[in-house]
Design a protein around this ligand. Structure first.
Ligand code: C2E
Ligand code: MG
Ligand code: MG
Length: 681
């Protein structure tokens, strides 16, 4: 269907071109040149040939186009004649250029015919309006020829643009009218300016050929302005690191494709996010990260189809826009090829880097009614894909609501990070005598509308969006400040902060912790980091190294939720841990389930044999507290002692006498002490 109408159109235009050539040949007359007249014709001819041979790349609409500045002289020759000379020169210049570029014969025939047709139509109109013979020549241009010459220029412009935009629309399977209108809009300002200068140039040359350099000035000015505009457009529309189109250009092209799409066609948008890029950037440095992004861009560009746009949206996020799909399986196939292209490791700084990617796909009009919504939907699909890493997900309206809410929630968290996160504190006490041994820091989000939100509701999303990193830093800082304040009040207690898996992959973490401790004037002994088995096992070597350096600061390391993850005993042996916390699911069931109790006992034995302190969390009643003590747990934590509470409540709780296994627990010495004594400790 496509090739049929395309070829039919090309043949019609070619036939028109041939008829024009014939018509021109039939009207061939030799002009009666004077010396001055010949000079003018020669200068116009030279301008046409030079302009045609010195094209420049300029930015038109949303892409580069090859542009020649010969139009002024072509129209000049059309209005003065002899027309055959204009036709011969234009054809000759075009022919040499197309042959040099090895254009296929049909394309060459079309381009020649298109110009011949446009020129012939323009000359016919001019001849009709001025009573000049078609093949004639006039040495003097008069003012009453001004309007006909402008109309001839307009015809030349319109025929050219219409023929080109129609052939491109047919070749790209786009809708005709929007294509024609789009091309007219893109071309009209600069081209009409160049064409309308033609009568002025003719008049000036006829006045004296010496004015030739002056005639060039407006053309040079237009050319320079177009180039400068192109340069600044290119800068505004491209990513400076990779040279790829940026978000603005992607949207522009998306909108154009959407305007031109025919019934039944889809546009696919693939959003691609690299997995673990942040870790690579943090660990190996930004120069490696930048180089990696450049290499990734090149690989992505090498697998897409002609006509697809690869863009970088920022950070490690890329997009591929695929217009004109009649079969959406093409998008999935492309997604597979993109992931495959990244599968070969990247060699950087003598390291072989594996980079996975998650891809979300959305289709227009199937999933969205505009390009903005298409981006949004692809973003949702990518968010879902990221949960499972290294996979492709097509947008599905069923998980939409949940995801949109989550995305909105993360935006709110980003905004409220400094003011709305609150820390609660929960004591860990010695099983033997109930004396306070440490405090766990647990974050909550005091949402202005939803009220207090617990970590289960926002941690996973914060982890996926990367917000967890600034969030943990903020929690650590506040926890350490709290430790300093309690210390000044006489409560000298170790604070345990939960760490996400991302931090264990961050080689900068130990240095950041050291800097924070120093700025609060505290030693590492005041802090414990709680990590889960799984977060260690996702990259045991790197995590092991980070934890060892954290231990060197004097900070304790606790393995949280012990028993629920998958850790190898060998890693447990070599890990720089100081404590295991048996997961509360075993603890809470221990009084009812022999099996859970057996797990608690085995975990406690294992911990002790490795020289670790053993904590039972989730103690809600006396029976469980006794059971855990009898099973060998060293420390207990749970609602029975105190639910996670604001700092002031924890402090008050510490200073309240309470009973433990029939005895009154010894209270911490919380009398205010002089400042110098505080600093000494
Ligand atoms: P976790 O580190 O295992 O924290 C203990 C969780 O058990 C807390 O839930 C605490 O409120 C709850 N808990 C304590 N005693 C009892 C009890 O007797 N019975 C029951 N049923 N539950 C008890 P929370 O505060 O909702 O935190 C859930 C998880 O969220 C934490 O589990 C931790 O993995 C994570 N989390 C909390 N705060 C942070 C944080 O600041 N950073 C990071 N990365 N994760 C955090
Ligand atoms: Mg914990
Ligand atoms: Mg836990």
């Amino acid at each position: 269907m496509r090739s049929k109408s395309l070829y039919r159109f090309v043949w019609v235009v070619t036939a028109g071109g041939a008829a024009s050539a014939l018509w021109t040949a039939l009207h061939l007359t030799w002009p009666d040149w004077t010396a001055d007249g010949l000079a003018v014709t020669a200068l116009l001819a030279a301008g046409l040939v030079v302009g045609e041979w010195l094209p420049t790349r300029i930015w038109r609409g949303d892409t580069f186009r090859q542009y020649t500045f010969s139009g002024t002289f072509t129209v000049g020759l059309i209005i003065t004649g002899p027309f055959w000379l204009a036709a011969v020169l234009q054809t000759g210049a075009l022919l040499t250029d197309e042959i040099r570029r090895r254009s296929p014969p049909l394309k060459l025939a079309f381009n020649l015919s298109q110009y011949l047709l446009a020129m012939t139509c323009a000359r016919i109109v001019y001849a009709a309006l001025t009573d000049q013979p078609f093949g004639g020549y006039s040495e003097r241009f008069t003012t009453d020829q001004l309007l006909p010459s402008l109309l001839a220029a307009a015809v030349y412009f319109l025929v050219n643009v219409i023929l080109v935009s129609v052939v491109l629309a047919l070749a790209n399977e786009e809708r005709l009218l929007p294509s024609v209108v789009g091309h007219l809009r893109d071309e009209i300002s600069m081209t009409t300016m160049l064409l309308c200068v033609a009568p002025v140039v003719v008049l000036s040359l006829q006045f004296s050929p010496i004015t030739a350099p002056l005639c060039l000035l407006p053309i040079v000015a237009v050319r320079q302005a177009a180039r400068a505009a192109a340069a600044s457009n290119v800068q505004a529309m491209h990513d400076s690191l990779t040279g790829l189109p940026n978000r603005s250009l992607l949207m522009l092209r998306g909108r154009r494709h959407a305007d031109l799409a025919r019934d039944g066609e889809q546009i696919a948008l693939l959003l691609l996010d690299l997995d673990h890029f942040k870790e690579i950037n943090d660990t190996l440095g930004h120069h490696v990260g930048d180089e990696l992004l450049r290499l990734v861009s090149a690989r992505l560009g090498s697998v897409v189809r002609e006509g697809d746009t690869v863009a970088r949206l920022g950070g490690d996020e890329f997009a591929v826009l695929c217009p004109g799909l009649t079969d959406t399986a093409v998008a999935q196939e492309l997604s597979r090829r993109l992931i495959e292209a990244l599968a070969t490791p990247f060699d950087l700084e003598q390291i072989s880097l594996h980079v996975g990617a998650s891809i979300g796909i959305a289709l227009l009009p199937e999933h969205a009614d505009g390009i903005e919504q298409l981006v949004q939907r692809a973003d949702i699909a990518m968010y879902v894909a990221k949960q499972d890493r290294g996979v492709t997900r097509i947008y599905d309206p069923t998980h939409d609501q949940n995801t949109v809410e989550r995305l909105a929630l993360m935006e709110e968290l980003r905004a409220g990070m400094d003011t709305e996160l609150v820390l609660h504190y929960q004591p860990k006490c010695q099983a033997s005598d109930g004396v306070l041994a440490g405090v766990e820091v647990l974050v909550r989000w005091q949402h202005p509308v939803r009220g207090l939100i617990y970590p289960d509701e926002f941690l996973a999303a914060a982890e996926n969006s990367g917000l967890i990193v600034p969030m943990t830093m903020r929690i650590l800082r506040e926890a350490l400040q709290q430790a300093g304040r309690w210390r000044a009040q006489g409560l000298d207690v170790n604070l345990a902060v939960n760490m996400s898996p991302r931090h264990l992959a961050d080689a900068h973490l130990p240095d950041q912790l050291a800097a924070m401790l120093e700025s609060e004037n505290l030693t590492g002994a005041v802090l414990t980091v709680e990590v889960t088995e799984n977060s260690i096992m996702s990259d045991p070597e790197r995590a092991g190294d980070v934890l060892r350096r954290i231990r060197e600061l004097g900070v304790a390391v606790s393995i949280d939720d012990f028993g629920t993850g998958y850790s190898s005993l060998a890693y447990l042996r070599d890990l720089a841990a100081t404590e295991v916390k048996i997961d509360k699911t075993f603890v809470m069931n221990a009084s009812r389930s022999e099996r859970d109790l057996a797990i608690v006992k085995a975990a406690a034995d294992l911990g002790h044999s490795l020289g670790l302190q053993v904590v039972a969390e989730g103690i809600e009643d006396e029976t469980t507290a006794r059971l855990m003590t009898d099973s060998g747990c060293d420390l207990l934590q749970g609602f029975l002692l105190l639910p996670p509470s604001p700092a002031a409540e924890l402090f008050a709780w510490c200073n309240r006498p309470r009973e433990w296994a029939g005895r009154v627990v010894e209270l911490p010495d919380s009398r205010p002490r002089p400042a110098h004594q505080v600093a000494d400790r």
